[in-house]
Write a protein that binds this ligand. Structure first.
Ligand SMILES: Nc1ncnc2c1ncn2[C@@H]1O[C@H](COP(=O)(O)OP(=O)(O)O)[C@@H](O)[C@H]1O
Ligand SMILES: [Mg+2]
Length: 301
């Protein structure tokens, strides 16, 4: 079958390599589409038909127009994984908090300060009452790979950060700091409503952010049932068929930090390749297998 691949970075994304290899190994043709260079014609032409199924690798830093290409493919009758509507609902961390709250998924206490308003001393002090004592975490709503996440140790520093976000015209997402020793979080990859693979990530060299892109060390994880169930519920809150759910084990409870609509494949595979063989998963192969199962006329049709 013809498999589409939508990505801003296209073939230069590290995850492209294992995914392309899996697509070719399973005998499929691959069509890579860039949301930056593809012109969208309406009404959509009948010819050529869209790929049978398209993997839409669109994350927080993709331009919002990337979703236009996914909507265009769907208007042409194409089957997209993830769908345009699930991508829209998970496109930034503020929208994400609302969807998770709506579905009763626990997150750390958070306060969002709009971009256009000077929060002022009194409102920042009110915000930190909600969050509890420092440290706190300040986030760019559309940050990714750990970029745009900073730990704030004191109220004076928070004032400086708030001014900085205001000057950039960015809403400021403030969050209670979830303390883990050593600093770590869990990434659970959910595909088609079930847990495919999971890892624990550790921040290295004093880094509190555990992202693989920042050099975080990874360890294979078999998620306990409560974590697995929460990850599945978090992915389903957005209707995401492929999702990377980031969770932290706080002192009192498990919380969801964020849900990624285009989870990286390299770090999670590295974690899978550690330790004993049984239970090991080939992540890219499984994702492409899922695409086959949902493609109209495919294995699952
Ligand atoms: N509330 C928090 N408390 C402690 N650490 C956090 C918190 N939020 C994020 N982190 C750390 O920062 C990393 C990046 O944050 P995340 O919200 O996942 O943003 P990104 O989209 O950049 O990955 C997380 O993987 C985790 O290690
Ligand atoms: Mg993350």
């Amino acid at each position: 079958m013809r498999i589409g691949y939508v990505s801003r970075l296209g073939a230069s994304s590290p995850s492209f390599v294992p995914l392309e290899a899996a697509i070719r190994a399973r005998g499929h043709a691959l069509e890579v589409m860039s949301p930056i260079t593809t012109a969208l014609v309406y009404p959509p032409p009948r010819d050529p038909p869209p790929p049978h199924v398209t993997l839409t690798r669109i994350g927080g830093t993709s331009p919002l127009t990337a979703q236009d290409l996914v909507r265009h493919l769907e208007a042409r009758g194409g089957r997209c994984v993830n769908t345009a509507s699930s991508l829209m609902r998970s496109s930034d961390k503020v929208t994400m908090l609302a969807e998770l709250a709506r579905c009763g998924v626990p997150t750390p206490p958070s306060v969002v300060l709009p971009a256009v308003d000077d929060p002022g001393r009194a409102r920042l002090e009110h915000a930190v009452q909600v969050l509890g004592p420092p440290p706190w975490v300040a986030k760019l709503p559309r940050g990714n790979k750990g970029q745009g996440v900073v730990v704030v140790e004191s109220l004076p520093t928070l004032h400086g950060i708030a001014d900085w976000f205001l000057a950039m015209g960015q809403p400021l997402l403030l969050q209670a700091f979830v303390r883990t020793r050593p600093p770590s979080d869990c990434r659970v990859v959910v595909v088609g409503g079930r847990v495919l693979a999971a890892m624990r990530r550790y921040g290295e060299h004093g880094e509190l952010r555990a992202n693989v892109h920042l050099g975080g060390r990874v360890e294979r994880l078999v998620p306990p049932p409560a974590m697995a169930a929460l990850a599945v519920r978090a992915a389903q809150a957005f209707g995401l068929e492929v999702a990377g759910v980031d969770l932290m084990e706080g002192p009192d409870a498990l919380v969801v930090i964020e849900v990624n609509s285009s989870p990286g494949v390299i770090g999670i595979q590295r974690a899978q390749d550690q330790g004993p063989g049984p239970g090991r998963v080939q992540v890219a192969e499984e994702i492409i297998g899922y695409l086959e199962s949902v493609a109209p006329g495919g294995a699952g049709a």
